[in-house]
Design a protein around this ligand. Structure first.
Ligand SMILES: *Cc1c(COP(=O)(O)O)cnc(C)c1O
Length: 236
């Protein structure tokens, strides 16, 4: 038990070191990159362990799991909704998360607007882009992001903060470099349009397998699960 906890803290420290090294290679300040620890399918005790060493940002994919952890955690943490979100579940998480990474349609953004208005809050969101055009992945097509950003920017209780992608699963992370580069370019291009109510300051890309490449290509937020918590058991 004790040994496991030590491993978690060591894993976290190692990932942070890698982030720092990637930033150095790219001539960036390590303070520009936020590490979201992806705790999906991992017990609350793991989060409690990392809270003790100051890790505050956690990513979850499933609404019910996020709500349960939020209810029982010993002190407030910053929850990030990173998984596909159904419109009928928005109401459960709207006032619990600091950022929704996975907004992939105007329809979903409209529902977020509705629920945020009810609570009198402004939801912070990212637009999820299927930059590699994978059939199996959620996300907007690259060529529709600008139009959707303009449309969603009209919603007063929704604030677009940037873009997110989940790159393909590949053996060699270098294969994803082109997608990270493409998303970074789109991020900069949309930022330069200075759309009202859109602030392009968060670029969420990079997971355990490829976060270092993502940072070299401009990620400001990386989402690391396995590299911190170990393999997930999907058969549980
Ligand atoms: C599961 C998941 C992650 C973390 O994946 P790892 O490979 O375990 O680091 C990051 N982002 C999203 C959207 C995920 O679903």
């Amino acid at each position: 038990m004790l040994e496991e906890n030590v491993a978690l803290e060591e894993n976290l420290a190692k990932v942070k070191e890698n982030i720092k090294a990637a930033c150095e290679r790219a001539g960036r300040d390590a303070g520009e990159v936020t590490l979201v620890a992806v705790s999906k399918m991992k017990p609350l005790e793991d989060i409690e362990t990392l809270l003790k060493v100051g890790q505050l940002e956690y990513g979850e994919n499933y609404v019910q799991e996020l709500c349960e952890k939020e209810e029982h955690v010993s002190r407030p943490v910053h929850w990030h909704m990173i998984g596909h979100l159904q419109t009928n579940k928005v109401k459960y998480i709207i006032d619990k998360v600091v950022l929704i990474h996975s907004v992939d349609s105007v329809h979903l953004a409209k529902q977020i607007e509705k629920e945020a208005a009810k609570k009198n809050i402004t939801a912070q969101i990212l637009l999820q882009v299927n930059v590699a055009e994978e059939d199996t992945k959620f996300g907007m097509d690259t060529d529709e992001v600008l139009r959707m950003a303009e449309e969603i920017s009209q919603f007063p209780h929704v604030h677009i903060r940037g873009l997110m992608t989940s790159a393909p699963f590949v053996e060699d992370p270098e294969e994803n470099r082109c997608y990270f580069r493409k998303l970074h370019k789109l991020f900069v291009d949309i930022g330069e349009k200075n759309i009202d109510n859109v602030t392009m300051d968060i670029l969420s890309m990079g997971m355990t397998n490829d976060y270092e490449v993502a940072i070299e290509e401009g990620a400001t937020m990386v989402r690391v699960g396995t590299g911190i918590f170990g393999e997930r058991d999907y058969n549980k």
